[in-house]
Design a protein. Sequence first.
Lengths: 364, 350
Amino acid sequence: MTTSALRDLVTRHPGQPDKEPFLEVVDLRVHFPTDDGLVKSVDGLSFALDRGRTLGIVGESGSGKSVTSLAIMGLHTRPASEQKRPGAQLSGEIYLEGDELLGKTPEYVRGLRGKRMAMIFQDPLSAMNPYYTVGHQIIEAYRIHNPVNKKVARQHAIDMLGRVGIPEPSRRVDAYPHQFSGGMRQRAMIAMALSCDPELLIADEPTTALDVTVQAQILDLIRDLQSEFNSAVVLITHDLGVVAELADDVLVMYAGRAVEYGSADLLFNRPAHPYTWGLLGSIPRFDRTQTERLLAIQGTPPSLINVPPGCPFHPRCDYATRNEGRSEEVRPELTPVEPGHTVACHLSQTDREEIWQQEIVPKL
Amino acid sequence: MTAPAPEPTAADAEPDSDLIIVDGLIKHFPIRAGILRRQVGAVQAVDGLNFAVRRRETFSIVGESGCGKSTTARLLTRLLEPTAGKITFEGRDITHLKDTQLRPLRRDMQMIFQDPYSSLNPRHPVGKIVGAPFRIQGVSPPGGIKKAVQDLLAAVGLNPEHYNRYPHEFSGGQRQRIGIARTLALRPRLIIADEPVSALDVSIQAQILNLLEDLQEEFDLTYVIIAHDLSVVRYVSDRVAVMYLGKIVELADADALYSAPMHPYTVALMSAVPVADTRRRKDRERILLSGDVPSPINPPPACRFHTRCWKAQEICRTQEPPLAELVSGHHVACHFPENLPTEAASAPAR
């Protein structure tokens, strides 16, 4: 399939096919050469995101979600020619408001970070510099993008810390990261990411390390700031609860590929891929008593060096046998099942609906 | 009594069917400073717990980081010695047993750890890891250690032929199974699991939860599970204790606790859990707690939750609410509990 056809099929919003999306990723591939072979962390991923919307990327460890976010931010080391250590091999296209980023120089992309796009990392302790105060790190980024003196920038840092709910921000601005508690550190990290009002915010597992009450505070904060700045948010997480809470659209990744992509409502209420069924069936219900056993997915995620041929999920799929061998041989492409909902699976529409209604729904 | 009880019904009939009883359990870690290393304070990690775990039930302890739940697990297994209070296991006081006296106890009481990467020795093959309890305790199982280990591997869903493989050859979920096989080796009565699935991916998490359930049936196990994931806790538990800053604030049957939580902290905790259901996004009422958990070095006086509680009144700052049974089987430590049934509400609150 040609790149442009892929773009039309996969990434455009069904309602407005001519509008250029704010962020568009087309056929992204990120491969890492290693001694054991080529690790295909991301292998042909496409999606689009508009301003003011939140895309949740869900998947288990090694599905390629974080590698995707680093590729968008331009944070992968470049291939061998530039340095001794072999870096990532990237191909595909990433458009930020029509501006293709993968072909640009690292210096150009660095200029975009902070103001055009920013990232919240999972572990704020390792994402912050322990040598500098929290305030210093916010001020530094702010002054790169805004021609203001130190005093103004400092006041801005204090305001941001206050906005994210850090008590006594004018005192805390001079504290070092280790003097903050986990929840406060994550909030400081968010203040840092949001200090230049980024148009694109990538949040990579922003609440995984936090307790639920703090998590609720942070999710509220992301939601408020998004509505204020009309940012586009990419939310990367393995927690389906967080996704259901925050995302407008959801992309489910498995072995470096998208297996299902659609609006959050469709994906949670009429999921179409057996892997998504498995994920939903694996989490115990919080809101009611469950007497049925959990619908666990058998086996373990595949090695990214030897991704199974055909559908990468087929060795773990209970329904692969229904597809007369195609699951083992042909890699399924994302195909529409209904408006605003695509799935990469060989099951026929009738089989899919029958399995969903008769086997999955009663067990959820 | 080292063999598994052959007649579970007989044990059920006993009036005293509590396996482990905790009475006024306290653990303070001293903070020392200065040249003389004088004690200047204490981290009051666990501060007065009372509960009993019944035979063959799953008793969970939930709470946020720093609430003392892991310290409690280590006290129960006597990896730590309590500062005060009493732990009775199978009718025997184990509070201050010495190391040599503890060893036989370990046969009956085992632990599953959170991190399947750091809890297995990377230099030992699986056979040696799972067989270690037999060697340490000097137990010779019928048919030999190798046979016993292979049976254990099969019981937890691993291939018995992987006897000679090393931990790095297994995935996280498989390693957790290895840890569980080792735990089961001596046929313990009580298994204490500290965050047994939180390090695993969701699909693997479900496999392990199903396995723990099967093993409980098969080996007549009693579980004490320490966890922070409230969905997991609801699924596995018979009874749940909620901890806040070293104290139990609520203890009840899982169903009662989740359908009608009574302590404001529990209510806030439950409301904060994100549910994987987009239809519930709009009609959810969420209680946001302000600020962080106070320091256990200097916890707030009286009710420890009063600094963050929206219902707090003067009495909460001056008088500590006891953990009282307000509804049958439902214990709450609060002056102004939520979800009180009407007849109980008209009666005096304590």
